[in-house]
Design a binder for this molecule. Structure first.
Ligand SMILES: Nc1ncnc2c1ncn2[C@@H]1O[C@H](COP(=O)(O)OP(=O)(O)OP(=O)(O)O)[C@@H](O)[C@H]1O
Ligand SMILES: Nc1ccn([C@@H]2O[C@H](COP(=O)(O)O)[C@@H](O)[C@H]2O)c(=O)n1
Length: 225
């Protein structure tokens, strides 16, 4: 049997990683993993259990405690923490504001990377994995590596539209930039483009164009393996 395909999709916040990755996985018949959801899930658990998310020692000590299970179906991925559905709670502003601090803790990252590699091991056809360090750290030998970008303006407009104007475009833009700076500036596995990743600027592309571009890259790579 052919080796499983691993498609690594990284990039800053709001560049379209989730929407694109789910569609690419569905089109190619691959599993899907949202690693941001895993970091959000552990952050939600820390907040719910009274752990000070700005205390790296407390976060490190607790990192092994929650049982996080991420779904791999691109049509309905889902995520549970200690058996409870966490899909809704992990998307709150409180979690979004705290997640960069928690995900900077090396013990948290080591635990998540273990889960991420295990997900690939149980994906016979392959998997599309999206995040910040997938091409650089989690799967340095991925079949195809993509680094999505988009202007801060485009990303803020997309996100603000999602929130139905509950947050202004300017505030959304500032929050995205702050989170990207924290994710790019941490010591362990920062947000970064792998040297061999293909950069796709989605600012002026429709979602369908981005999906098509990545599906084509994966199919080309598969044909030459
Ligand atoms: N090429 C595109 N054109 C227009 N809108 C897009 C495009 N790609 C994604 N979007 C929209 O932008 C928003 C953010 O996309 P998405 O959640 O996939 O980004 P993300 O990179 O996964 O974000 P985050 O890192 O914050 O999880 C969504 O509303 C999505 O529908
Ligand atoms: N590989 C990854 C993926 C995510 N993170 C951290 O999680 C945060 C939330 O990610 P979203 O994709 O859901 O927005 C992100 O800001 C990072 O702090 C990570 O460190 N590594």
């Amino acid at each position: 049997m052919e080796n499983p395909v691993i498609v690594a999709i990284d990039g800053p916040s709001g560049t379209g990683k989730s929407s694109t990755s789910r569609a690419v996985a569905a089109k190619l018949g691959l599993n899907y993993l949202d690693t941001g959801a895993q970091y959000r899930a552990i952050t939600w658990w820390m907040l719910s259990n009274g752990i000070d998310v700005n205390d790296p020692v407390a976060v490190a000590d607790a990192a092994g405690k929650p049982v996080i299970v991420a779904g791999h179906d691109p049509a309905a991925p889902g995520i549970t923490v200690d058996g409870t559905d966490a899909s809704g709670p992990i998307r709150t502003q409180e979690v979004t504001a705290a997640v960069s601090a928690v995900s900077a803790v090396p013990e948290v990252r080591a635990r998540m990377v273990e889960l991420q590699r295990a997900a690939a091991d149980t994906s016979p056809a392959g998997i599309v994995v999206e995040g910040r360090d997938i091409g650089t750290t989690v799967f340095p030998n991925a079949t195809v590596k993509i680094f999505l970008t988009a202007s801060a303006e485009a990303r803020a407009a997309r996100r603000s539209g999602e929130l139905n104007g509950a947050q202004s475009v300017a505030d959304t833009r500032a929050a995205l930039i702050k989170r990207d700076a924290a994710d790019s500036g941490r010591k362990t596995s920062p947000l970064a483009k792998a040297a061999d990743a293909v950069e796709v600027d989605t600012t002026d592309l429709t979602l369908d164009q981005v999906i098509e571009c990545i599906v084509t890259l994966v199919e080309e790579k598969r044909a030459t393996r």
